[in-house]
Design a protein around this ligand. Structure first.
Ligand code: PHE
Ligand code: FE
Length: 275
């Protein structure tokens, strides 16, 4: 997730390197922070078997996220041989270009700070719990991992073409809030839902939101909600569908879409595959 400006953000941007990375300074986390992490973890992990995709559920025990705030270096030692991704520590949201450049080089930026206890249920800016618990497990899935790198490369290209907004919608409706069809039913693979106590059951069970089959151009034309649960989720059949549908050159897609007004988050079209 990106933030075009880093002003007024919560993290400490005063000691970062030019690529916005910092040291995690793991020894600086308090006992209270480790305890809060363990409580956040306990709630989410209890929901995972019913609502998270198998790829997420199966890798979690190997990551020991339940012990307390994880160390970047320990996870990196496992991630490198698995998919050749690495985590980098950052103060918080990054400028778009910086974010895309990290992804394009298989570096996933993870925020170093943890929310306050009063933000147990909801947090505005992504913290280490969202970034680590929500995003890192799927970095072990080879096809998804390749998709994320391709997304980073595509972001650098979209920037040059003035198409960041359309590409950001794709990130939102896949990496953050994506659903996947499985033999057991719909499951989440999106970090925004996987890390949320309220929205994880909601995205699978609630009769309220629309669930629509993945459709690249439709997604890039669809607005999203940042301060409520989503009104629409898009559903992939498997990670290969996601990778293959996004492999073509987007330049003609951007040209086609640039002249058209966006759809609202709640819109259902006659052409949608509604699940
Ligand atoms: N194929 C896209 C392009 O050429 C890049 C991309 C890949 C974007 C994967 C998002 C996800 O612009
Ligand atoms: Fe995120």
């Amino acid at each position: 997730m990106t933030g075009e400006t880093v002003h007024n953000l919560r993290g400490d941007y005063s000691r970062m390197r030019p690529d916005y990375t910092v040291e995690q300074e793991w020894d600086g986390y308090s006992d209270a922070e480790h305890d809060l992490w363990r409580r956040l973890f306990a709630r989410q992990v209890a929901l995972a078997p019913k609502y998270a995709c198998d790829e997420f559920v199966e890798i979690l025990p190997e990551l020991h996220f339940g012990d307390g705030i994880p160390r970047f270096d320990e996870v990196n030692a496992k991630l490198k041989p698995a998919t050749n991704w690495q985590l980098v520590a950052v103060p918080g949201l990054l400028p778009d270009i910086t974010f895309f450049d990290h992804l394009a080089n298989r570096r996933f930026p993870v925020t170093v700070w943890l929310r306050d206890p009063k933000e147990f249920d909801y947090i505005v800016e992504p913290d280490i719990f969202h970034d680590f618990y929500g995003h890192v497990p799927l970095l072990f899935q080879p096809v998804f991992a390749d998709y994320l790198q391709a997304y980073g490369r595509g972001g650098l290209k979209a920037h040059a073409l003035g198409a960041i907004e359309m590409l950001a919608r794709l990130y939102w409706y896949t990496v953050e809030f994506g659903l996947i069809e499985t033999p057991k039913g719909l499951r989440s693979y999106g970090a925004g839902t996987l890390s949320s106590g309220g929205e994880l059951p909601y995205c699978v069970d609630s009769p309220n939101p629309n669930r629509i089959g993945f459709d690249l151009l439709r997604i890039m034309r669809t607005r999203y909600k940042i301060d409520t649960f989503q009104e629409t989720y898009f559903v992939i059949r498997d990670f290969s569908e996601l990778f293959e549908a996004t492999a073509p050159d987007f330049t003609p897609y951007y040209e086609l879409l640039q002249g058209r007004p966006p759809h609202e988050a709640s819109t259902v079209l006659p052409t949608d595959r509604v699940l």
